[in-house]
Ligand binder design. Structure first.
Ligand SMILES: [Zn+2]
Length: 297
C-alpha cells in the first residue's frame, strides 16, 4: 500500500532516473488534463510531503500526484495494463518512461503552489521531522482512537494502515485506545517514525525485521489467528467495522483495552531484529536518536 515511505522511495527513483531529462512525449488520460502536454520541458526536481508527490518541470509548473489506496507509478511500458488505466505516460529523451496507473488524484499546478496540498498536513515522517510538533498534533486529537489519530494526516504525514496496525501492536496498546490516555505517546511516535524512515531507506515495508527484502508484518496481511508473542486470539475487523474505516487487527491479551502504557520491554523484544532499532535509544524512556533531516534515499 502506498504510504509515506513508498512515496519517498518513488521520489528518489525519479530523481535517479528522470530528473534532468527532457520530456519527449506525454499523454494524460484525465478529463481535466486531457490537453496537458509538457513535451520539451525538463523534469528539474521532485518533492514530497507524506503521501503527496510533486514532479517539477522547467516551465515552472508541477504535477501533483496522490496514489490513495490503488494508484502506482512505474517505469517501463506497462503494455499489460489497459490504456484507460494508464492515467499518464511520460517518455523522456533517454527512453525512460514513467507511467501512472490508476492514479486517483492528479493536478497540474504552479511549482510554488504545493502548499495548497500540504499546508494542512503534520510533519513529514520521511522529511524534516519535528517529533515534538508531531506529538503535540497527535495529542490534540484528544480521545480519538489511536489508529485513527495515526492515520489522520493533519497530525503526521506519511503513516498509512500498516503503521496504524503495527505500531500499536509493537507498543502493546489497543488501536482503540484514546490518544490522550496513552502513557508514552512520544515513545510510540518515535518508534513509528523509526520504522517508516528505515523502510523508506531500505524498502519494502517491513515491521518485523524478518525477510527484510520481501516485507513482513506482525498483524496486518497475515493469516495468523493467534498472537505471535503471547499466543492469544487475534481480533480482526474489516474497514466497515472500524470508526476510521480501515481494517485492523490486535491481540486481545497483550493489547487489552486496559493497557494504556507503552511497554518498552516488549518494544525492545519485537524490534530486536529490525534495523529501525538503530534509530532508537531503547530504554525506560525510548527516544528517537536518528537524523531528523530529510531522508536522502
Ligand atoms: Zn499477544
Amino acid at each position: 500500500m502506498p504510504e509515506g515511505d513508498t512515496i519517498a522511495r518513488l521520489a528518489a527513483s525519479l530523481d535517479d532516473r528522470a530528473v534532468g531529462r527532457n520530456v519527449q512525449s506525454m499523454v494524460v488520460r484525465h478529463p481535466r488534463l486531457a490537453t496537458l502536454d509538457l513535451t520539451g520541458e525538463t523534469l528539474v526536481r521532485t518533492s514530497s510531503h507524506g503521501k503527496h508527490l510533486f514532479l517539477h518541470f522547467s516551465d515552472g509548473t508541477a504535477l501533483h500526484i496522490h496514489l490513495l489506496m490503488q494508484g502506482r507509478v512505474m517505469f517501463g511500458r506497462a503494455w499489460d495494463t489497459e490504456e484507460w488505466r494508464r492515467r499518464f505516460e511520460i517518455r523522456f529523451d533517454d527512453g525512460t518512461e514513467v507511467i501512472g496507473i490508476d492514479i486517483p488524484l492528479l493536478h497540474h499546478i504552479d511549482s510554488d503552489a504545493t502548499g495548497e496540498f500540504t499546508s494542512h498536513l503534520g510533519p513529514d515522517l520521511c522529511g524534516q521531522l519535528d517529533l515534538d510538533l508531531a506529538h503535540d498534533r497527535v495529542l490534540s486529537a484528544g480521545d480519538m482512537h489511536l489508529s485513527a489519530a495515526l492515520l489522520d494526516q493533519r497530525h503526521l504525514a506519511g503513516f498509512g494502515n500498516i503503521y496504524a496496525v503495527e505500531v500499536p501492536f509493537i507498543c502493546g496498546i489497543s488501536p482503540y485506545a484514546p490518544v490522550d490516555e496513552i502513557v508514552g505517546l512520544d515513545t510510540l511516535l518515535a518508534i513509528g517514525a523509526a520504522l517508516i524512515r528505515t523502510n523508506a531507506l531500505r524498502g519494502p515495508q517491513n515491521t518485523t525485521g524478518r525477510k527484510l527484502h520481501l516485507g513482513d508484518t506482525w498483524m496486518l496481511d497475515t493469516k495468523r489467528r493467534d498472537c505471535p508473542l503471547c499466543g492469544s486470539d487475534i481480533e480482526k475487523r474489516p474497514g466497515k467495522a472500524t470508526p476510521w474505516r480501515r481494517r485492523t487487527a490486535w491481540c486481545t491479551q497483550c493489547q487489552a483495552d486496559a493497557n494504556r502504557c507503552v511497554d518498552v520491554e516488549r518494544v525492545t523484544k519485537l524490534l530486536g531484529m529490525h534495523p529501525a532499532r538503530h534509530l532508537l535509544a531503547l530504554g525506560e524512556t525510548t527516544s528517537f536518536v536518528g537524523d531528523n533531516a530529510p531522508l536522502e534515499i
